[in-house]
Design a binder for this molecule. Structure first.
Ligand code: FAS
Ligand code: PHB
Length: 395
């Protein structure tokens, strides 16, 4: 067994783990990032696409803002489409100028990995059988296998940034966590298509056949989704069927949805999930390891980055001046914002998706809500301020 030591052991090289590593490095705190998958897998796993201003600011602050500033597309509105009409929500007008930035999570991860590798700081891909030990005390250990050799990492703190299916949350003893969750009876089939987006801004569509979303990754790359069954078989969806469904759900008189080669397609399930506390002993959970939101509110990635901003500051305060208040108050500091995002994501999902087995009453409630949001400045502001990112006391 090869033993090593560091200050913070970070499990997972997704947005949470990689951003935390940068934040700690900026404060002179050593960390080792252990990732179970390959670099190529992490850099090409298609996921989120919308960054709140807070996330953009933090990525810039940790030195990951150069390409983001060049290639990120700033949007000042989104549209809701229902009952044959498309209605723009002027996000920036309603929030004193706040905006969102379209920049794929794959790009965020590529930028952060490149920075980590260039800095020569430890980032181990394909770390196998990662296991946490002695997390209830103040000398936790992480064991894992890398390059065929059994290894052990001794550290002061473990950051569980390993996503919903990771090992960290599962390492917390039974009976400690309070889990709140909701599984939805539908999922999203998403495609990445080599075609210029047919709308400059995102379009969220309510349709009797189900929800659809027009999003994008660049001026030549479209990202689109259709609601499907939660256990949909992607094999049942040849490209022609996907485009036909998108044309039906997004189509409007006088507007054309351009089609093109589909480069990637996949089905993702949908759930709301919060595990509390987000810490146990010397283990701190961040991002999807602690909470999941349905992607309708575009919050998942932004929540992960917001968690590690708090965790990074708390860890630095502890090392720099022995102040544990941030660590002790980490869960409470995160959960207000997490539950605000959980509510908003649930609200957007409930308003826009066709509920399997839903009766006309459900549909009329959704349409009434949609008509109200697009006709009342107060209601539109509610959507806008949550969508661009609500922080502080209003969370
Ligand atoms: P991540 O899951 O991104 O990263 C965790 C990392 O830990 C991964 O690299 C994983 O390989 C690694 N890991 C797991 N187990 C490990 C172990 N035992 N040892 C070591 N490493 C381990 N959010 C949006 O806002 N919009 C979207 O459209 C959207 N689409 C999504 C589609 C899918 C299929 C999924 C699963 C999520 C989607 N999300 C979306 C949410 C997503 O963006 C997450 O919120 C975001 O990835 C959270 O980042 P992390 O917390 O870093 O977790
Ligand atoms: C995306 O572009 O992947 C995206 C955008 C907005 C969402 C979800 C996903 O709400």
């Amino acid at each position: 067994m090869t033993a090593g030591t560091t200050q913070v052991g970070i499990v997972g090289a997704g947005p949470a783990g990689l951003t935390l590593a940068r934040l700690l490095g900026a404060r002179g705190i050593e960390s080792v990032v252990l990732e179970s998958r390959s670099r190529d897998h992490c850099e090409h796993r298609i996921r989120a696409g919308v960054l709140e201003q807070g996330a953009v600011d933090l990525l810039r602050a940790v030195g990951a803002g150069e390409r983001l500033g060049r290639e990120g597309i700033v949007h000042h509105g989104v549209s809701l489409q229902f009952a044959g009409g498309r209605h723009r929500i002027p996000l920036s007008e309603l929030t004193g100028g706040a905006a969102i930035t379209i920049y794929g999570q794959t790009e965020v991860v590529k930028d952060l990995i490149r920075l980590r590798v260039e800095a020569g700081d430890p980032l181990l891909f394909e770390a196998e059988d990662v296991a946490l030990h002695d997390i209830e005390g103040d000398r936790p250990r992480i064991t894992y296998r890398h390059d065929g050799r059994e290894r052990e990492l001794r550290c002061d703190i473990v950051a569980g940034c390993d996503g919903f299916h990771g090992v960290s949350r599962a390492s917390i003893p039974a009976g400690v966590l309070r889990v709140s969750e909701r599984d939805y009876p539908f999922g999203w089939l998403g495609i990445l298509a080599d075609v210029a987006p047919s709308s400059e801004e995102l379009v969220y569509a309510h349709h009797e056949r189900g929800f659809a979303l027009l999003s994008l990754r660049s001026p030549t790359l479209s990202r689109l989704y259709v609601q499907v069954a939660h256990d949909e078989d992607i094999g049942e969806w040849p490209d022609e069927r996907i485009w036909a469904e998108l044309q039906t759900r997004l189509g409007l008189p006088g507007w054309t949805l351009a089609e093109g080669p589909i480069l990637e397609k996949g089905v993702t399930g949908m759930r709301s999930f919060v595990a509390a506390p987000m810490q146990f002993g010397s283990l701190y959970l961040a991002g999807d390891a602690a909470h999941i939101v349905p992607p309708t509110g575009a919050k998942g990635l932004n929540l992960a980055i917001a968690d590690v901003e708090l965790l990074g500051e708390a860890v630095a305060a502890w090392y720099e001046r022995g102040d544990r208040s941030g660590l002790d108050g980490y869960t409470e500091a995160c959960l207000r914002r997490v539950w605000r995002a959980e509510h908003f994501s649930w609200w957007m999902t409930s308003m826009l998706h066709r509920l399997p087995g839903g009766d006309p009453f459900d549909v009329e409630l959704q349409l009434a809500q949609l008509r109200y949001v697009v006709s009342s400045p107060a209601a539109a502001t509610t959507l806008a301020e949550n969508y661009v990112g609500i922080a502080g006391r209003r969370a």
